[in-house]
Ligand binder design. Structure first.
Ligand SMILES: [Zn+2]
Length: 265
């Protein structure tokens, strides 16, 4: 009586923040996950992501970055050190992320807009030079994020867990960039709208684990919860889960260049 298992890619996970990684990976594989993109957010997190990807080769693919939330506590020297770490390990990564801007007032109080932009631009310049995709955090900064990515000449980008304006979303789609759908697609109005407005060709799935989801019932997510994102997209678009799985997995494989490792058929 087992439900059909689809091949899925979790395109944005904070694997270094999950306590029992082995169990999380085992459970993810059981629901059909064939690859996950582990994003880093600061120096220590980037090192852990590299370590985890070594240990779980051909399943955990590393993305190194610098999250705007981490900036407040960092000196310029620490920011430079992190940038060098990303540069030195660029061959091993499938993307640069998590990077971006966050204009929530608490985040801006810790690291102002200009400082955030300066760091984001440095990361985007590296992505352009190395032709790497970027995994972008854009909360309340959707337009600036899109403009900077485009102006930097970065060809491949995913605006993860997108909840922003429809106008910016149209620009993202026109540029051939992606957004990713999380399990919040079950209940969050802005995210639901964004998923509905995005063609399947521009959509990825992700969990952003171990983030907490839910309205009435709250739960700490794991990559296995990717099936909730799959189900949400299928519901919102009135499509079968198989169709959504095949297209979004194909999108992720092409975007992150996983084709050599991940069989999609
Ligand atoms: Zn994230």
């Amino acid at each position: 009586m087992s439900a059909e298992v689809y091949r899925l890619v979790d395109s944005h996970v904070h694997l270094d923040e999950i306590g029992d990684v082995e169990r999380a990976i085992h459970e993810a594989k059981q629901v059909g996950v064939v690859a996950l993109i582990a994003v880093g957010q600061d120096y220590g997190s980037n090192l852990k992501v590299l370590e985890l990807s070594e240990k779980h080769k051909a399943f955990v693919y590393p993305a190194l970055g610098l999250h705007p939330w981490s900036l407040g506590e960092m000196s310029s020297a620490q920011i430079d050190l992190n940038l060098r770490l990303v540069e030195e390990n660029i061959e091993r990564t499938v993307a640069i992320g998590e990077i971006g801007l966050d204009y929530h007032k608490k985040v801006k109080a810790a690291a102002g807009k200009e400082r955030q932009k300066e760091v984001f631009k440095a990361m985007l310049e590296l992505a352009r030079r190395e032709d790497k995709p970027v995994s972008v955090h854009s909360r309340y900064a959707w337009k600036d994020c899109f403009d900077l990515v485009k102006e930097a000449g970065v060809r491949k980008a995913v605006f993860h867990w997108y909840t922003g304006f429809s106008g910016v979303l149209r620009e993202i789609i026109a540029e051939g960039y992606f957004i990713s759908a999380t399990p919040a697609g079950e209940y969050h109005d802005e995210h639901k709208r964004a998923i509905k407005e995005t063609p399947l060709e521009n959509l990825l799935l992700e969990t952003d684990s171990p983030v907490t989801y839910g309205r009435e019932t709250r739960y700490e997510s794991r990559p296995a919860d990717i099936i909730r994102a799959l189900e949400a997209v299928a519901q919102l678009k009135g499509l079968g889960r198989g169709v959504v799985a095949e297209q979004t997995t194909g999108n992720a494989v092409r975007l992150f260049g996983l084709a050599a490792q991940v069989k999609t058929t």
